[in-house]
Design a protein around this ligand. Structure first.
Ligand SMILES: [Zn+2]
Length: 559
């Protein structure tokens, strides 16, 4: 039994004599082992590039095993160099060679062991760790120890010296803000987390890696697969649940559905889900955006055309109605449909027959129509831009899809779902979204709704560092502040509202005899003026969508 509570290292002259520089043939020897003198800066760069290409965990494993192998080689020298020394001096060959090799300064704090029974317990102080020096320089302060190659060496040396698995771990590391590193070694079975400790020393076989990747892929697949028939529609807010309940009711029937909601709320997703939940699910889902096609093309797109029906119609082609036969036709931005097409659409809905442009006969189609609009159809009818009879025909079963700002509790599940999808798309992994970023998202008014959220999450994923969390700076150029209680100061600047601000504002309105309508008009006029007539910018400054602002401007002009 060798026990020493403050063991001193013996002189190392014997070890120094083992080193031979054989410059003539380009080799350096440590006893029988060929060594290499290389620049720490070069090794540091290799270490850094490893971390950046294969990640921290794989690099840690590779370096620990490399250190372990060096330790095993030095252990072979120990008894050979000091055959008659006491056990502690013999064991000290390892720490002393480690110093001689320039890896780290070792000071034993306690070390007791029994070669016969295989007991071992040692605590050593490390100063000047080369890995701490490199890691701090390249990556800054850490939360986990970074002396991977060094700890591998200590484990490999001690295990080989005693002929049994003895594993060291860092109790503290200078890379984590401590003054120095401190390591502790025990036989493997004496560590409670032995399996986890050994993991880094087990060689990565390609098969194991492939299995891991397959498991990753499977878990991604599970997380991407819809938990029920709602597909990409995700939410738990009351407003969302209400729309979904209506959607389920409509799906079971053949009723014509009108989806309403602001731009970007996901009307096409609702339409696709409605189709997928309906008895028509295995038949085609055909979508057409009425605002995206020029007026002279929309009719041939919808209803088809016979050969020669118009210039450029070289061959007969079916329209979307025919292609959707048996299934669902989704008419997006219905409010933009030109009057002639409105009349034809009404006829198809009434008769169930389409007539291609230039055709002499009609064709029977069985199509369920789902229409969507982000404009107020009632207003469009009043303004004479939309047929009243067509509106009645389509507005049988309206479903209002709430804007994102009315479903803040859905932002977190939506953002996480989108993040997982974009991780697959961009083949990049991040650890998630910080609470700070989620908070910021919940206090943002989302004029562009789900589509804007999607753009932001994609941008955040691209900007965030691999393996890290997506933070607020990755998402927003300027973090939003809660907008609920923002008001105008007397000098015309936005500031947090207080009860007394509201009082003052109200008094001012009273004093000037301003009505609410007049105030709204004034605010809108001011916003448009300040935006230099750019309606999109003016809408943003008022927290409105562009169509909402247009509607209010229209109302103003009618007053
Ligand atoms: Zn350390």
């Amino acid at each position: 039994m060798s026990s020493d509570n403050s063991p001193k290292l013996p002189p190392d002259d014997d070890l120094r004599r083992l080193i031979h520089f054989s410059a003539g043939d380009g080799r350096i020897w440590l006893a029988g082992h060929r060594m290499l003198l290389l620049h720490l800066g070069g090794l540091a760069n290799l270490r850094k590039e490893l971390i950046q290409t294969i990640g921290v965990i794989q690099t840690r494993r590779v370096l620990k095993r490399a250190g372990y192998e060096s330790g095993v080689r030095d252990a072979a020298l120990a008894r050979q160099v000091r055959p008659n020394a006491n056990p502690m001096d013999q064991f000290s060959v390892g720490p002393q060679l480690h110093m001689l090799e320039g890896a780290v300064q070792v000071t034993p704090e306690m070390c007791e062991f029994d070669v016969e029974t295989g007991s071992f317990h040692g605590i050593f102080r490390w100063d000047q760790s080369w890995e701490v020096e490199c890691h701090l320089r390249d990556f800054g302060p850490q939360t986990d120890p970074v002396c991977w190659m060094l700890i591998g060496y200590a484990s490999g040396y001690t295990s080989a010296f005693f002929g049994k698995q003895i594993i060291f771990r860092e109790l503290q590391c200078a890379a984590c803000g401590e003054d120095h590193c401190r390591i502790e070694g025990r036989p493997l079975e004496n560590w409670s987390d032995a399996d986890a400790l050994m993991e880094d020393y087990q060689a990565d076989s390609m098969l194991v890696r492939i299995e891991d990747l397959q498991a990753d892929l499977e878990s991604l697949r599970v997380s991407l697969a819809p938990s029920d028939d709602l597909g990409d529609l995700i939410g738990r807010s009351k407003a969302f649940e209400k729309s979904i309940a209506l959607l389920r009711k409509a799906a079971a029937t053949q009723v014509t559905v009108l989806l309403t909601g602001e731009t970007g709320v996901g009307k096409e997703r609702f339409a696709r889900t409605l189709h997928a939940m309906s008895p028509r699910a295995d038949k085609p889902f055909v979508a057409i955006n009425c605002a995206a096609l020029p007026n002279d093309l929309i009719e041939s797109e919808l209803f088809g055309a016979e050969k020669g029906a118009y210039t450029g119609a070289g061959t007969a082609r079916p329209g979307r109605f025919e292609r959707a036969d048996g299934g669902t036709l989704f008419l997006d931005e219905l409010g933009e449909l030109p009057p002639a097409a409105q009349a034809k659409l009404l006829r198809v809905l009434q008769t169930g027959e389409v007539e291609r442009l230039g055709a002499t006969a009609t064709r029977k189609v069985d199509v369920r129509v789902v229409a969507a609009t982000n404009v107020d159809l009632d207003a469009a009818v009043e303004a004479g831009r939309f047929r009243r009879d067509l509106m009645y025909r389509l507005n049988v079963f309206p479903i209002a899809i709430p804007p994102l700002r009315e479903r803040f509790e859905d932002i977190e599940p939506l953002a996480n779902h989108m993040l997982r999808q974009f991780m697959v798309l961009h083949n990049k992994r991040v650890a998630g979204i910080t609470d700070r970023a989620l908070d910021a998202m919940r206090s943002y008014p989302w004029p562009g709704n789900i589509r804007e959220l999607e753009n932001l999450i994609e941008r955040g994923l691209i900007i965030a560092s691999p393996g890290q969390m997506v933070d607020v700076d990755d998402l927003f150029a300027v973090a939003p502040t809660p907008s609920a209680s923002v008001t105008l100061s007397a000098s015309g600047e936005l500031k947090q509202a207080t009860a007394s601000d509201i009082d003052t504002l109200f008094d001012e309105l009273q004093k000037r005899g301003l009505s609410l309508d007049a105030l709204e008009d004034a605010l809108i006029q001011q916003a448009v003026d300040r935006a230099g007539g750019n309606l999109s910018a003016a809408a943003r400054s008022l927290g409105l969508t562009r169509p909402q602002l247009s509607y209010r401007l229209q109302k103003m002009s009618e007053r």
